[in-house]
Ligand binder design. Structure first.
Ligand code: SF4
Length: 348
């Protein structure tokens, strides 16, 4: 079962090819797409408009999709639920459902683990295990919607994994999530976060999608950034920032620069001034992140007054700045923490 491909990975065009290959009438492809992508079913038994022999024919070649909820933590205020979701091969990923004033937002993983090794996050601590398929990324939305009864309206690719290191599956996910026969989530409500794989930023730019590109910057100079975000050694700021500028100019979408504030590391007024200098002329927005503690990394959160002063300096320089709402400090909210704790308990 686990090694069969998932129907959730297939677009309507690909389902049409499947039904043609199986000698089924073309309308069956739309019916299957309806069950898999619009209703998000997790079993063939739920596809009640398909005759039993068609379901059996499909089940010999495909899985229906669907992820098990292996763990769940709800924040004290109920606004954030962190899920540990089990994939068909037993691997697990984290996904987060967040309630905002405007509705529900899902933070999704694109890989099991990550090989980028950013020093601010727990996902990279054990390296990359494997890429997710597009269907497995979509399935995280369905699993959380089924469990919570909520409808996801916004998506951020900011969980474990570097989306641009799993480029083909990420692009296919962007197609599927927006498909009118499926979840139909507008690309304007999708944010893709990258640590800065410059060639893929240019590839993405050429697609001219209306998604938001979020770049994990975290430092205003190469010396510090190479320590916090090691991919900076391959793609330093003098390559990354022109790519961001080109992205914004080509797509007309402002780039969001993510900056995790770490006490005594990157949160001084000098750092704020340097940051204001290097982003000059880029159509952008700066998102400051009071960092969630990662004990394995040893970071401390910036004091509230430092966050305020950092923000004020950037605003005086003319940048739109937000400070990300602090979600789920009580639920191991830093990316990768829940999975690590559960895996560690499993090894005990
Ligand atoms: S921040 Fe993102 S890209 Fe960097 S190690 Fe964590 S999951 Fe990977």
């Amino acid at each position: 079962m686990a090694n069969l491909p998932s129907l959730r990975d297939l677009s309507l065009a690909e389902l049409k090819q499947v039904t043609a290959d199986l000698g089924l009438p073309a309308y069956r492809a739309s019916q299957i797409a309806g069950w898999v992508h619009r209703k998000g079913v997790a079993s063939f038994a739920e596809m009640t408009s398909l005759p039993r022999d068609v379901r059996e024919m499909l089940s010999r070649r495909f899985r229906a999709g669907g992820l098990n909820v292996a763990g769940k933590k709800v924040s004290r205020d109920g606004s954030t639920v962190k899920y540990l979701l089990e994939l068909a091969d037993g691997q697990t990923v984290e996904s987060v459902l967040m309630r905002y004033r405007y509705g529900y937002s899902a933070c999704l993983s694109t890989q099991v683990g990550c090989r980028m090794g950013c020093r601010i996050c727990a996902s990279g601590l054990e390296g990359l295990v494997r890429n997710l398929t597009a269907g497995e990324i979509i399935d995280q939305i369905w699993a959380m919607q089924r469990d919570s009864g909520c409808r996801v309206g916004r998506v951020v690719l900011m969980g474990s994994g570097e989306p641009l290191d799993n480029y083909a599956a990420t692009i296919k996910f962007l197609t599927l999530v927006n498909a009118p026969y499926g979840l139909n989530i507008s690309h304007r409500h999708v944010t893709l976060s990258t640590c800065g794989i410059v060639p893929r930023v240019y590839d993405l730019m050429e697609l001219r999608l209306s998604i938001t590109l979020a770049v994990s910057l975290h430092a205003p100079n190469n010396e510090l950034r190479s320590r916090l975000v090691p991919v900076n050694k391959a793609y330093p700021l003098e390559e990354l920032l022109p790519a961001c500028r080109a992205y914004a100019e080509t797509t007309g979408r402002r780039v969001s620069f993510e900056y995790a504030l770490l006490a005594g590391v990157n949160d001084s007024q000098q750092h704020a001034g340097e940051l204001a200098g290097i982003l000059r002329g880029i159509h952008c927005h700066i998102n400051l992140l009071p960092v969630n503690p990662v004990p394995e990394r040893g970071w401390r959160r910036s004091a509230a007054r430092n966050v305020r002063a950092f923000r004020a300096m950037l605003e005086r320089a003319g940048y739109p700045v937000t400070v990300r709402r602090e979600l789920g400090l009580d639920i191991d909210a830093a990316c990768g923490q829940l999975r690590r704790r559960v895996n560690a308990r499993g090894r005990e």
